[in-house]
Design a protein around this ligand. Structure first.
Ligand code: GTP
Ligand code: MG
Length: 211
């Protein structure tokens, strides 16, 4: 038993070192991205965050963020740059969009700790897009869970509700979402609905796009 105990302790030790190194690596990556507007897609697992990132950034074949009908499909955050051509012919304006790990209700504290370096991306974003699956009858509770976890992490970045999966949601869900965030944006990542408007908003969150 003593031998087992020592083996486990050294494994935990090694994993903790790896998590720490990953955190440092990400922190260096973030340093390199300073000065660019950063947005993070956050939300309950299976809401469609990865699908939305893929739909917005049209990835090179083979480099799609993993989107699956499976809990925790995404374990590692992916960041992509999104460019908008400059009509005046100058350099394009760009924003950085990060796909994050999905949240779940009653996430055990040790798991929150394990995901912390992943969630740091969320904490450093200039703006959060909270993606909800409006076709899931539990979406309101999922949204409440997500908001509570963000609050628990001390996140202060402005939040905007993005109602996804409108291709298969009941009409009342749209109304309900609008009540929760009058500026909510509505999309379907897989059917390609509302993406233009979302894109415009990403580049000009305070500007012309209004609900
Ligand atoms: N019908 C429909 N299905 C969608 C839409 N967006 C995503 N899906 C599906 O929902 C499932 C989950 O999508 P993901 O993009 O993996 O969800 P996620 O939020 O990244 O999930 P995690 O990585 O687990 O947090 C996949 O089967 C998608 O094809 C949509 O707008 N309409
Ligand atoms: Mg995902």
């Amino acid at each position: 038993m003593e031998k087992d105990r020592r083996t486990i302790a050294s494994r935990v030790d090694r994993l903790q070192k790896e998590v720490k190194q990953l955190g440092e690596h990400r922190s260096r990556l973030r340093q390199g991205r300073r000065g660019q507007r950063r947005l993070a897609l956050v939300g309950y697992t299976n809401a469609g965050k990865s699908s939305l990132l893929n739909a917005l950034t049209k990835p090179v074949a083979g480099q799609e963020a993993l989107a699956e009908n499976k809990l925790f499909a995404t374990l590692d955050p992916t960041t992509r740059r999104l460019d908008q051509p400059n009509p005046a012919g100058g350099p394009p304006s760009s924003v950085l969009l990060t796909d994050t790990v999905g949240f779940i209700r009653d996430l055990p504290p040790p798991l929150v700790e394990a995901f912390r370096s992943t969630l740091e991306e969320t904490l450093e974003a200039d703006q959060l897009l909270i993606v909800v699956d409006l076709s899931d009858p539990a979406w309101v509770n999922q949204l409440i869970t997500v908001e509570a976890i963000l609050d628990g992490l001390g996140s202060t970045a402005p939040r905007r509700l993005v109602g996804n999966q409108i291709d298969r949601c009941p009409a009342e869900a749209l109304e309900q979402a609008r009540l929760r965030d009058p500026q909510a944006l509505f999309v379907s990542a897989t059917a390609g609905l509302g993406l233009e408007r979302l894109r415009d908003w990403l580049f000009d969150p305070g500007g012309a796009v209004r609900s």
